[in-house]
Design a binder for this molecule. Structure first.
Ligand code: FAD
Length: 528
């Protein structure tokens, strides 16, 4: 049996929830989340949301900062749209009850972040994500037309097979429920809001749900994908076997933290940049990567011990408490850190309303490549992108629904084929580990043609093995995610191999300079 809705939204982070809230109240919207309703990248964002809100700031300055960060690869109309609509988006969140931090005079407290020429980042302490997610979920709960389907994993898009690949209409998706049953969900419009893919790399700041499912599904369905080589790494994630993805804020380096080598204790950043630890994020991440590759160490240290216990525990209550939990007292011992995959700039190519290249399929938020970020994301622009594009897509979908025929073609039900329960779950854990490690070692922060070729050879074998396993075993969430990280890894390698230059987040030692003459354009992966 299949269930039908007007709209299927895959994802309950800022993009999916913003879309659902703006969708017409007459439309039946199903909103799927892979785990609990709130678990998402959105839940963990710390810094805040950028918007021009002070009289000494301007849209022109925010646009300029975004394009400077994006190394000129941004799509100007997308940047203009997001920047100009940012103040209204923040007001919209406040109207929903989001409790942003304010100064004693009641004005919003705007912070300054790297790459921004003005103070323009609104935040809710250092738990902005929790507050925004809370407010959006509460608002959605007041909408009887929105049905939440938590613990429901989209497997693959359903396509109208009467049309050629790359042109076929999306008709919904097959989903896996927690009890192992598979259901066919049909809709006039399907919206991917599945977030990023940090789990493709060994170290990431992202939670477990970030396995790039939306990009992988869209790619398999024949949608156009772009710019997957531009993966942003955060320089400092806690390195500890039990800490999966704990971000050590850049504010620690801002307050005087020193990066030191594990073996000799040498403070190495000054060899790379006159600003030392305060160099731009990508420079710090590259220097750490180079030192770790040279020494073979698995991490470096961030040393805060010279700053004194009283200051550290007062200034960084959450981080010092989290470190303590892992047995590290930052007042007396340096914190082991590694750079970690943080944000996916590329993704499913969309227009300014969030439409993908496939009819009936939209993509919004981190899964999308709208042109806002270009070759590198300006801090605090991504939650904003989800808010603005969520709203645009909702308006466009409202129009689509008016024109949609009452019934579409009837797609095939899920065919389990000869699949039997797997007796070799070790294949999944082994391949999962291997992909993430090879992506880290060969397709990480610093790339070369040789490393990319090595990664490609290994990935080809792994993808083949995973494909066989996928079709012969009963589908589980682990298998779905493994197949997706393998496909996303393939897309990253493909894009990084094609781009014969270094620009933004793609740094290739064989082509260490930007080449504006040949490469001032997106890396596009078309169907076929
Ligand atoms: C630690 C951290 C700090 C950050 N700090 C900032 C910041 O200060 N400012 C900023 O602008 N950005 C920041 N970011 C980035 C920002 O949080 C994300 O880019 C943004 O929240 C993405 O929102 P989204 O709605 O696109 O996806 P997400 O919030 O990641 O939501 C994805 C949703 O999709 C669901 N999903 C995924 N796959 C499936 C599937 N197969 N089936 C069903 N559901 C699925 C998930 O369950 C989840 O509900 C930070 C990110 C992290 C991890």
């Amino acid at each position: 049996m299949a269930r039908s809705f007007d709209v299927l939204v895959l994802g309950g982070g800022v993009a999916g929830l913003s879309f659902a809230l703006e969708a017409p109240r007459s439309a039946q919207v199903a909103l799927l989340t892979k785990r609990g309703r709130a678990e998402s990248n959105t839940l963990y964002f710390q810094g805040g949301i950028a918007a021009v809100l002070s009289p000494d700031d301007s849209f022109e300055a925010h646009v300029r900062d975004t394009i400077t960060a994006g190394a000129g690869l941004n799509r100007r109309e997308a940047v203009e749209q997001v920047v100009r609509e940012a103040p209204a988006a923040i007001k919209g969140l406040i109207a929903l009850g989001t409790d942003f931090t304010r100064k004693s005079n009641g004005e919003l407290d705007l912070t300054l972040e790297g790459g921004h020429s003005k103070r323009r980042v609104v935040h809710a302490g250092d738990i902005s994500g929790r507050e925004v997610e809370r407010a959006l979920l509460a608002a959605c709960d007041d909408r009887p037309n929105i049905t939440f389907l938590p613990e429901t994993t989209a497997i693959d898009l359903i396509l109208d097979r009467s049309q050629p690949r790359g042109k076929a209409r999306a008709l919904g998706c097959y989903v896996l429920h927690q009890d192992g049953t598979i259901e066919t969900l049909l809709a006039k419009v399907t919206v991917l809001a599945t977030g990023g893919a940090g789990k493709v790399y060994l170290y990431t700041t992202n939670p477990d749900v970030a396995t790039g499912d939306g990009v992988a599904m869209a790619y398999r369905a024949g949608a156009t994908i772009a710019n997957m080589e531009f993966y942003q790494f955060h320089p400092t994630c806690l390195f500890h076997p039990d800490a999966k993805s704990f971000l050590i804020s850049e504010a620690l380096r801002g307050e005087g933290g020193r990066l030191r080598l594990k073996g000799t204790g040498e403070r190495f950043m000054l060899r790379y940049h006159p600003a030392g630890e305060l160099a731009p994020r990508d420079v710090v991440a590259r220097a750490m990567d180079a030192e770790m590759k040279r020494t073979g160490d698995e991490h470096v240290y961030l040393d805060m011990t010279h700053l004194g216990r009283a200051f550290l525990y007062e200034r960084f209550p959450n981080i010092s408490a989290a470190c303590k939990q892992f047995g590290i007292d930052m007042a007396v011992a340096p914190i082991p850190v590694v750079p970690a995959a943080h944000f996916m700039c590329g993704g499913v190519v969309t227009d300014l309303e969030g439409r993908s290249s496939l009819p009936g399929l939209y993509a919004i938020g981190e899964v999308a490549c709208t042109g806002l970020h270009g070759a590198n994301r300006l801090a605090s622009n991504s939650v904003l992108e989800g808010l603005v594009f969520g709203k645009h897509a909702a308006r466009a979908v409202e129009e689509d629904l008016k024109r949609a025929p009452p019934t579409g073609p009837t797609p095939a039900e899920w065919d389990p084929g000869a699949a039997v329960p797997s007796d070799e779950a070790v294949v999944v854990t082994h391949n999962w580990e291997e992909i993430r490690r090879l992506m880290w070692n060969y397709v990480g922060i610093v790339r070369t043609g040789k490393r990319l070729a090595r990664a490609r050879r290994r990935l080809d074998i792994l993808r083949e093995e995973i494909r066989e396993y996928y079709w012969s075993s009963k589908v589980t969430r682990d298998v779905i995610e493994l197949r997706n990280i393998a496909d996303v890894a393939h897309l990253i390698v493909e894009c990084a191999t094609r781009r014969k230059e270094s620009r933004g987040l793609n740094y290739n030692l064989d082509y260490p300079k930007a080449d504006d003459h040949n490469w001032l354009h997106d890396t596009i992966i078309e169907p076929g």
